[in-house]
Design a protein around this ligand. Structure first.
Ligand code: NAG
Ligand code: NAG
Length: 536
């Protein structure tokens, strides 16, 4: 069943239908702020003075089919995953053991770790931490086995597209139901859009409602409340601070959150580019160390920051100089709740993800981080792990197994080599792996993780509307992200986090053309999408 669903989707469009659908999508995206700032490659800066223009975000014209059972499993696991990463970020010794080798060779990790050590030496001014997470999966459909959900990565910093993904689900729903669900004008009839009892495919007929915006902002609001009253004398009004990249194009995704935070929770927030942190924030010299923000547009009013929400500082390229590292350090030592803290950011390393896959007779980390969960819950979590290997010859758990698999062209063909570094663009695939490894010094191998390839449905197709306005039909691969939030308190001397707020809600589907192996919507390779669920 599953295969025929992908073979006969999306519905065919004639020239008139395609033109109408494209026109409708182009108008809807701009009307509803499903938009990004255009890149200079599309609109040269002389035609976009002051970075004033907006254009449609890259989207698919149709939602993509996804099995309901796997979607439900991913949702069901999110709160357990939230708790797992809260527990990892609460265990500095475990993290240090796991990341030690990498900290020795990787400047980026070393700088983050140094900030953590400096703040620990000084004493933490804040024991609450916030995570706005996104767990990313692909549907694994091997020729010789049942389909399953496989985790690609777990994002602990700057989990993006919550704002725009809600709009995509709304747009696809509009297209499938306007002017009436029986006779939508933009979509030709298709069994996947037909949710009647006797339809040959059991389906929801349209995307499930996406609650990412309300979920993520409720997480920020919970942290803001938990911070309590101003710690300044005299007391100051409080706010949330969005720390953003100087040249961010995905700004409307972020504004969706800040607007909702104000509208629904009455909490003001401000955007501060990384290069301006030092100029407009100070950490008060009192033992409480409140973080004070002075808006450049009104220097007579000061605010105390309850939550620092990072939409920047996740990649080495965000730290242009020592200044930037100083700014990160200053925010980390303040009393503001960090989303995320340095430790939580480090917990999201691919190395951690790989180490978690070990199971008895080796160390069973899942059990020690999640002692209160049943074995069947842990097994369900484990079942989402793709087999992963360390390439460190000093790894006692799996000595050299990964190296063997990576160097043999026959086994390398079913793997991807991933560097620790964030940001995409650096993965090495299949037959390129052995040659690549031989071209670099062996001492650098430990900076990579070898992961078994995930095999998504072969026949999946969709139309993409790219930011240059062109629509293209092609074979595609989709990645499902589930959003979740977690707020917890650490007690000095204990590795068990006290969880105060733990939620799941909202999803992202990113669909990319099969020809490109890399993800990264903002990089222009892939489109924002939504799901249409089918039972099988
Ligand atoms: C979309 O916008 C164009 C150009 O402004 C307009 O001419 C057209 O009628 C609109 N079409 C739809 C389907 O909204
Ligand atoms: C949905 O499927 C049923 C059963 O095949 C059919 O009778 C009905 O006309 C379909 N509805 C639409 C809107 O295509």
């Amino acid at each position: 069943m599953a295969n025929t669903i992908y073979t006969h989707y999306p519905p065919e469009l004639d020239g008139q239908q395609e033109a109408f659908l494209v026109q409708t999508v182009k108008n809807w995206t701009v009307e509803h702020a499903l938009t990004v700032r255009p890149s200079a490659a599309i609109v040269p800066s002389e035609f976009n003075s002051g970075n004033m223009l907006a254009t449609n975000a890259p989207v698919t014209l149709f939602p993509s089919p996804f099995p309901e059972s796997c979607f439900d499993q991913a949702r069901g696991l999110q709160r357990v995953y939230n708790e797992l990463y809260a527990a990892i970020a609460s265990d500095e010794q475990w993290l240090e053991t796991v990341l030690k080798e990498l900290i020795e060779v990787d400047d980026f990790l070393a700088n983050l770790w140094k900030i953590y050590l400096d703040v620990r030496r000084e004493g933490h001014a804040q024991h609450l931490s916030l995570g706005l997470f996104r767990s990313d999966y692909m549907l694994h459909t091997p020729d010789d086995g049942p389909k399953s959900l496989r985790q690609v990565e777990f994002n602990t910093i700057s989990s993006s597209f919550g704002g725009l993904s809600c709009r995509v689900a709304e747009m696809h729903t509009h297209l499938a139901t306007y002017p009436s669900p029986q006779h939508p004008i933009a979509y030709p009839p298709h069994p996947l859009f037909n949710n009647s009892e006797d339809s040959p495919i059991k389906t929801t007929g349209r995307p499930p409602v996406n609650t990412a915006i309300s979920t993520l902002t409720a997480g920020l609001a919970a942290a803001h409340q938990a911070y309590g009253p101003s710690k300044s004398t005299p007391q100051l009004p409080t706010c949330v601070l969005f720390v953003v990249q100087d040249t961010e194009r995905n700004v409307f995704d972020q504004l969706a959150l800040s607007s909702y935070l104000h509208k629904e929770h009455g909490i003001p927030s401000f955007r501060l580019p990384t290069s301006k942190i030092t100029a407009y924030t100070t950490v008060a010299g009192t033992p409480e160390r409140p973080l004070i923000y002075t808006p450049p547009s009104d220097t007579s009013t000061q605010y105390e920051v309850t939550v620092v929400y990072y939409r920047a500082f996740y990649a080495p390229t965000d730290y242009t100089d020592a200044h930037a590292w100083g700014a990160r350090h200053s925010l980390e030592r303040s009393a503001a709740i960090k989303c995320p803290s340095v430790l939580l950011q480090l917990a999201g390393s691919k190395k951690v993800q790989q180490v978690l896959t070990s199971k008895p007779p080796g160390p069973y980390h899942l059990k020690s981080f999640l002692p209160k969960h049943t074995d069947s819950t842990l097994e369900s979590l484990r079942s989402t792990f793709a087999p992963q290997y360390s390439l460190s010859s000093s790894d006692p758990a799996v000595p050299a197994e990964g190296i063997k698999l990576a160097l043999d062209p026959a086994t390398a063909a079913n793997h991807v080599l991933k560097p620790q570094r964030e940001g995409g663009g650096n993965n090495i695939y299949r037959s390129n792996i052995p040659g690549f490894l031989k071209s670099i010094p062996e001492s650098q191998w430990k900076q990579y993780i070898l992961m078994e390839l995930i095999h998504p449905p072969k026949d999946a197709k969709n139309f993409a509307l790219r930011s240059d306005g062109a629509a293209a039909l092609g074979n595609v691969i989709s990645e499902l992200g589930i959003f979740g939030t977690c707020l917890w308190r650490n007690t000095p001397g204990s590795t068990a986090p006290e969880i105060l707020h733990n939620t799941e809600g909202g999803y992202l589907l990113r669909t990319k053309s099969k020809e490109s192996d890399e993800g990264g919507v903002a990089a222009g390779f892939s489109s924002l999408d939504s799901v249409i669920l089918y039972k099988d």
